[in-house]
Design a protein around this ligand. Structure first.
Ligand code: F6P
Length: 369
């Protein structure tokens, strides 16, 4: 039964984009319209509220018309940002230093002033932590788990992950043939932050010979031995998939940009380091391919599209049922609701006892240990 207290909701997308965001937006807008609710889109995370001077329409009415035929498109029609977390907002001081302030009250004030009753916040760990803080301050909030990294806890999967894995797998497939033709080593660096989900899943699906991920500090000697062993067997090429967050046993995380107030550190460079070391150690021609943001673009797979639509509709159902402070989660075969408190700030690494890790080992794929 529709709750009388909901008349107007808003939706925002924050953090790195992921395929499926537009499908969530479409689903939320239509499910809300079917209940007679108005839906508003906030631009670029919360920037549409925090920087009204930058926009003609930082917060704008979203109708069925706006979301027609967008479900299959990558990106987000609302825009996104992974800078300027309202809880830790950077302020540049006249002396050149930066300090942080909490601007979350401005968001609550906006909702109060415009009589917007609830928020659907679509995002990863950062956005869901913000959502949880807003919920604790009294805003009705439901979160939707997004990230290609699949590193959010308490959901079987996030949307965006399947598309990233599908694309990475296709790329690895293509690299097999060129590596084989040239008898080379191909190193493929994939995103994933501090978790190895993308590397592990695409590496197994793409028949990689070695997969290096943050959960297993790697010893390059083991990879060198795999490459030499394959050469001795007459299999003169090798494909190594490495997660951007993979760490050598006696080394460190590769960071291209340090963390600043309001935004996280940027990872990258491990692929290059490994490729150079492998070339030196094996004497084989070695190339590196960094898939990077390619993994975030493009159309969502059917799985991600469906997950996104289910998540969006489930978020509206949650608000309709009077829930707040929850995240929609996939608990196959159904969707479920988990307290944001249980999700915020918790990273889901690949469990070492998972059958997927076991599968890699059973297939003889080197995991660097
Ligand atoms: O969280 C998604 C993600 O693509 C990570 O895999 C990656 O480390 C990060 O975002 C990259 O962020 P940016 O878009 O700031 O380069």
């Amino acid at each position: 039964m529709t709750q009388q207290h909901i008349k107007r909701i808003a939706i925002c997308t924050g953090g790195g984009d992921a395929p499926g965001l537009n499908a969530v937006i479409r689903s939320v807008v239509i499910a809300a319209a079917n209940r007679g609710w108005e839906c508003y889109g906030i631009r670029d995370g919360f920037n549409g509220i925090l920087f009204p001077e930058r926009y003609e329409d930082g917060v704008f009415r979203l109708t069925r018309k706006h979301v027609r035929n967008i479900g299959h498109l990558g990106g987000t029609m609302l825009g996104s940002t992974n800078k300027g977390n309202p809880l830790h907002f950077p302020i540049h001081m006249p002396d050149g230093s930066t300090r942080e302030i909490d601007r979350s009250d401005e968001i609550l004030e906006y909702f109060g002033k415009k009589e917007v009753d609830a928020l659907v916040s679509v995002g990863g760990d950062g956005s869901l932590t913000i959502a949880n803080a807003l919920h604790k301050k009294g805003l009705k909030v439901v979160g939707v788990p997004k990230t290609i990294d699949n590193d959010l806890d308490k959901t079987m999967t996030t949307f965006g992950f399947d598309t990233a894995v599908a694309f990475a797998t296709e790329c690895i497939d293509r690299l097999h043939s060129t590596a084989d033709s040239h008898q080379r080593v191909m190193v493929v660096e994939v995103m994933g932050r501090y978790a190895g989900w993308i590397a592990l899943h695409s590496g197994i699906a793409g028949n990689a010979h070695a997969i290096l991920m943050p959960e297993i500090p790697f010893d390059l000697d083991t990879v060198v031995n795999v490459i030499r062993g394959r050469d001795n067997d007459g299999r003169m090429y090798s494909v190594v998939v490495v997660a951007e967050g993979a760490i050598p046993k006696d080394g460190h995380l590769e960071v291209v940009e340090a963390a600043e107030i309001g935004h996280a550190e940027r990872l990258g460079g491990i692929g290059d380091r490994i490729a150079k070391a492998l070339q030196e150690r094996t004497g084989k021609d070695t190339r590196v391919v960094v898939l990077g943001h390619l993994l975030r673009g493009g159309s969502p797979t059917a799985f991600d599209r469906l997950a996104s639509m289910r998540f969006g509709a489930a978020a509206v159902r949650a608000l309709d049922a009077g829930m707040s402070g929850v995240m929609v989660s996939l608990a196959f075969p159904n969707v479920d609701y988990i307290a944001l408190e249980e999700v915020a700030g918790r990273m889901k690494a690949v469990p070492m006892d998972s059958d997927t890790v076991q599968t890699a080992r059973d297939l003889g794929i080197c995991l660097g240990d």
